[in-house]
Ligand binder design. Structure first.
Ligand code: BTN
Length: 241
């Protein structure tokens, strides 16, 4: 991965550009589109992804996970999340994965996010664009519960050193996924989940106390309510309070 890197000082969104390059047959598996600044960075659930120009990492990796069935899309999210959290954990303590795809410092807040977009064909997943945004040297933020490497460690970091390590970890986890090590990856993902086995408040239309116990096959979050009932949530169905 990362043998072919398309570097831009500015673009709308590296995910959009990667999708366009796939359509134009300009990229292959392992290609990366990276930009110093995005004018229309996109996040999960139609949100914007704002990142201070020239300070952070915003890039998209092109993969062809033909070995995954469309119903297994969450497995790629697991592999990528683990690669990101393992990379960050080499530098700072307290990194957690907030389901489905936020990278958090458990006390200081969100440090990065992942946006995976797939192109399906009649056989399954033809391409996946794995978009990653990581706050490295940025000192300000638009959203309340957010942080950066700089904020956590009070020093500036070499973005490219972190980028290189991250690509090598992505390669490692992608190979494990390809080999079919899904259970092992899933176990590690759950172990690193923010608020795993902790009682906390959630909102699914109603505020309640519960405990995250894991994820089910398709990636739904499992929360055990205080009455012992297990509840399964899809991406937009529950809020952390
Ligand atoms: C999220 O937490 O909501 C996901 C954020 C993903 C942001 C990255 S930055 C690189 C890539 N290009 C985009 O437009 N979005 C992703």
């Amino acid at each position: 991965l990362g043998k072919d890197i398309h570097f831009l000082t500015e673009c709308h969104s590296t995910n959009d550009l990667a999708l366009e390059k796939i359509r134009n047959r300009e990229v292959a598996e392992g290609s990366i589109v990276i930009a110093d600044s995005q004018t229309k960075g996109r996040g999960q659930r139609g949100n914007r992804w704002w990142s201070e120009p020239n300070k952070n990492l915003t890039f998209s990796l092109v993969l062809q996970p033909f070995f995954l069935d469309p119903s297994e899309q969450f497995e790629l999210n697991i592999a990528v999340s683990l690669a990101v959290s393992e990379t960050l954990s080499d530098y700072v303590k307290g990194i957690k994965l907030k389901w489905p795809n936020d990278i958090l410092h458990e006390e200081k807040g969100k440090i990065g996010g992942i946006l995976i977009e797939n192109i399906l064909n009649h056989k399954g997943i033809e391409y996946s664009v794995v978009g990653i945004g990581l706050n490295i040297n940025q000192s300000i933020s638009e959203i309340p519960f957010a942080t950066s490497f700089f904020n956590l460690t009070a020093k500036e970091w070499d973005r490219w050193e972190i980028f290189k390590l991250l690509i090598s970890k992505m390669e490692k986890y992608y190979i494990l996924l390809k080999k079919g090590e899904k259970n092992q990856l899933r176990r590690r993902y759950v172990e690193n989940l923010y608020r795993i086995n902790e009682i906390a408040e959630y909102d699914d239309g109603e505020v309640f106390e519960g405990e995250i116990t894991g994820i089910e096959q398709s990636g739904k979050l499992i929360i055990k309510k205080s009455d012992g009932s297990l509840n399964y949530y899809g991406f937009k169905e529950v809020k952390y309070l």
